[in-house]
Design a protein around this ligand. Structure first.
Ligand SMILES: [Zn+2]
Length: 301
């Protein structure tokens, strides 16, 4: 049974505050990777939304063609993005045993369509030893101008921030206003636990960067379990559950623009970058297995 939006929202209130620990893990475990076909869906769209290739989706459901019906249950194949190798920036990717286009695309934060276009592939067939060109992430549109304008009005505590930590909200609904209210209800007087939130097109724009009060006031974060880490870590949270789906291209474009600007223009140094689960003692699966963490380390370490 698909959870209702209300149930999702209630889960969000549990999970979104700092996105640590048990609530989120229980939620991630309880949700299945089944998908119910809705009116207007095509196999290609469903595949793209879940970051798998159409061929993988057909195989996982023993479909011989592209015909699907409303209400039909599809099994979305799980992938091991975490173990897929990542090409460092500007280098070709060498196809290895067990690779699929879907897994390679997901590990680099791009879509299967982008990967095929960049390599003039007409099918999903790849062979071991083949080299693939990995296109740049996402959009050339400036998703950051309002953040630059707002930040120009404040005194950034440049030497204070030691690291930047990326999160997912573990829920596909929500925006800065809703999470802020939820975090205040949980007793966080500074509101929204993260400094920045990146929308997914449901309750805020796809790739829309929202600035939290903790950035405007240069306050410590509330996004980590450790108080010591919160003191000096900027928190960036994607709206979405990346145990189930991958971030959108626009979200990743927004994130890379935000990171490039924070490291290059605001802090003017390569601040340490981490996924939430990589920090010692945090006991979390955040930002989810479909977040392209290795690709982001290749870019920001
Ligand atoms: Zn987190």
């Amino acid at each position: 049974m698909q959870p209702t939006r209300r149930q999702f929202t209630q889960k969000a209130l549990l999970a979104a505050a700092g996105c640590t620990t048990l609530a989120q893990q229980l939620f991630a475990q309880a949700t299945s990777t089944n998908y119910t076909v809705r009116n207007g869906d095509t196999l290609g769209h469903i595949a793209q939304r879940h970051g798998v290739s159409t061929a993988e989706l057909r195989r996982a459901n023993r479909l011989s063609g592209d015909l699907i019906g409303v209400g039909q249950k599809l099994n979305i194949p799980g992938q091991s993005a975490a173990t897929t190798a990542v090409a460092s920036a500007g280098n070709p990717y060498l196809v290895q045993s067990g690779d699929t286009l879907g897994a390679i695309a997901r590990a680099h934060g791009i879509s299967v369509g982008d990967l095929k276009r960049a390599n003039n592939l007409s099918s999903d067939v790849i062979r071991i030893g083949q080299t693939l060109h990995i296109p740049a992430i996402g959009s050339t549109a400036d998703l950051l101008s309002h953040v630059r304008v707002a930040t120009a009005k404040i005194a950034v505590r440049r030497n204070h921030w030691q690291r930047i930590v990326v999160h997912h909200s573990a829920i596909k609904y929500g925006n800065a206003k809703k999470y802020d209210a939820a975090h205040r209800r949980r007793g966080m007087q500074n509101g929204l636990a993260y400094h920045f939130l990146i929308g997914n097109g449901i309750d805020s724009g796809d790739g829309e960067i929202e600035i939290g009060p903790r950035w405007s006031k240069q306050l410590l974060g509330g996004h980590l379990k450790s108080y010591q880490l919160n003191l000096s870590a900027i928190g960036i949270c994607f709206v979405g559950n990346f145990e189930q789906t991958q971030p959108s291209r626009k979200q990743l474009a927004a994130f890379t623009q935000l990171m490039d600007w924070l490291q290059g223009d605001v802090l003017k140094r390569n601040t340490q970058f981490a996924g939430h689960k990589e920090l010692k003692g945090e006991q979390t699966i955040c930002p989810g297995k479909y977040f392209p963490l290795a690709a982001m380390h290749a870019r920001y370490d």
